[in-house]
Design a protein around this ligand. Structure first.
Ligand code: GUN
Ligand code: ZN
Length: 417
């Protein structure tokens, strides 16, 4: 039995093990994971015949914790706000809500809901856009530190193209970013990291993007941003940056596109742009549910994967309608169908775990292997699926839209649910 807040030393049950080198999973029907006192995985394998450990969560299967490579904390309460497409939705729903985080009490309530939702859905690692307001982002770090989750968090940079309450001059944002790096980057054995977060080309001045690229370089930080999401956005970016060859070049020209950059959406890339993404070594956050909700389009998953580009899944809450990475996987299936791309539940669960870990540069999570962090999730599956074999289990995990929250969530060996 697992008790909340305790350290877990062993887990027995069916194990789903993502491969290190490609979108494949192995199902061990009766497996055993042991963990050390620091919460690292000691061993993974079939339970020995004389195993004394009882099954930990009967009816559930165990996987590495889910990795959400793109989620907006200040949008927790605007999930399902139907004011899209993108630019109208930002004006009508997003900016007014993000401004409300200036009230520390309101921000704390939203943060509690955000953290509860991540834990409930088994997201043990998330790459987070905070608001543009430094005190709210500092408080978000503190709450994640306390909650025990693993996360990369950014102060969302926006010094133009948005209303005054969320528009933060670059000098203020840069000073705040330096302070947040100093205070939180690498916290608790790298459980928390600071990620440079220019919102998108339309909300950042050239000077801000250049300074953000310099800061990332100075501290070796990851970068995250939005790109090629919506037709009107593309047109506005082309008008605002006539000197740039295309949208990707805007970021590349400002030192924001390299092997530590996560590009979200990437719907409207042509082959040449995808080739350059691969050459630059950028990674991709595929956010299909958000893309459907805002009517943005459907990313061609085969374009990055065929080029060896690392791809994770993103909920993109609150344009995405759920914190669940299982729901993200289900929408990724739909997007693949729309684009005529062959994919499987197995591959999508891999992208929701090992692929996401690779896409945000966290080799310590995403798989079940000795030496890795003990970030685990137990998910109930219908009792008949295990009898039907691995494919039925993967499909139940990925495609059941009526799925409950997960049974257990464990980060670094600590039981959070
Ligand atoms: N582009 C710029 N900001 C946002 C955002 O908050 N959500 C999405 N989906 N796209 C964006
Ligand atoms: Zn987003």
């Amino acid at each position: 039995m697992l008790r909340l807040g305790e350290r877990c030393t062993a887990v027995r049950g069916p194990l789903i093990c993502p491969a290190a080198d490609g979108p494949r999973l192995t199902l061990i029907e009766d497996g055993l994971i042991t963990l050390d006192a620091a919460g690292h995985i000691n061993s993974v394998g079939p339970a020995p015949a004389d195993c004394a450990e009882p099954v930990t969560a009967p009816g559930a299967v165990w996987l590495p914790g889910f990795v959400d490579t793109h989620v907006h904390q200040p949008q927790t309460r605007i999930i399902g706000s139907g004011t899209g497409p993108l630019l109208a939705w930002l004006e009508r729903s997003v900016f007014p809500e993000e401004a409300r985080l200036a009230d520390p009490e309101y921000a704390a309530e939203v943060t509690d809901e955000f953290i509860d939702a991540l834990i409930a859905h088994g997201t043990t690692t998330s790459v987070v856009y905070g608001s543009s307001l430094p005190p709210a982002t500092d408080a978000l770090f503190a709450a994640l530190a306390e909650a025990g989750l693993r996360a990369d968090v950014g102060l969302t940079l926006m010094d133009q193209g948005c209303p005054p309450p969320v528009c933060v001059p670059d000098a203020v944002a840069q000073a705040a970013s330096e302070a947040l790096v100093e205070r939180w980057h690498g916290h608790d054995g790298d459980r928390l990291r600071f990620v440079i977060t220019p919102r998108f080309a339309l909300s950042c001045s050239r000077a801000q993007m250049r300074a953000a690229g310099d800061l990332a370089e100075k501290h070796g930080l990851w970068v995250q941003t939005h790109i090629a999401e919506n037709a009107a956005e593309l047109k506005a970016v082309a008008q605002a940056f006539p000197e740039a060859r295309d949208y990707l070049a805007v970021y590349a020209d400002h030192g924001l596109a390299g092997p530590r950059t996560i590009l979200a959406h990437c719907i409207w890339f042509d082959d040449a742009a995808w080739d350059r993404v691969a050459d630059l070594g950028c990674t991709v956050s595929h956010c299909p549910d958000s893309n459907f909700f805002l009517g943005s389009g459907a990313m061609d998953l085969a374009a990055p994967t065929a080029r060896g580009v690392r791809v994770g899944l993103g909920s993109d809450v609150g344009a995405g309608r759920s914190f669940s990475m299982r729901q993200a996987a289900a929408s990724a299936w739909d997007a693949a169908r729309v684009r005529g791309v062959a994919v499987s539940a197995e591959a999508l669960l891999w992208h929701a775990t090992a692929g996401g870990a690779a896409a945000c540069g966290r080799p310590e999570v995403g798989r079940l292997a000795a030496g890795l962090a003990g970030d685990l999730v137990a998910v109930d599956v219908p009792h008949y699926t295990l009898e039907r074999g691995p494919k039925a289990v993967y499909e139940a995990l990925a495609f059941r839209r009526d799925a409950e929250p997960v049974r257990h969530t464990v980060v670094q060996g600590r039981v959070l649910r």
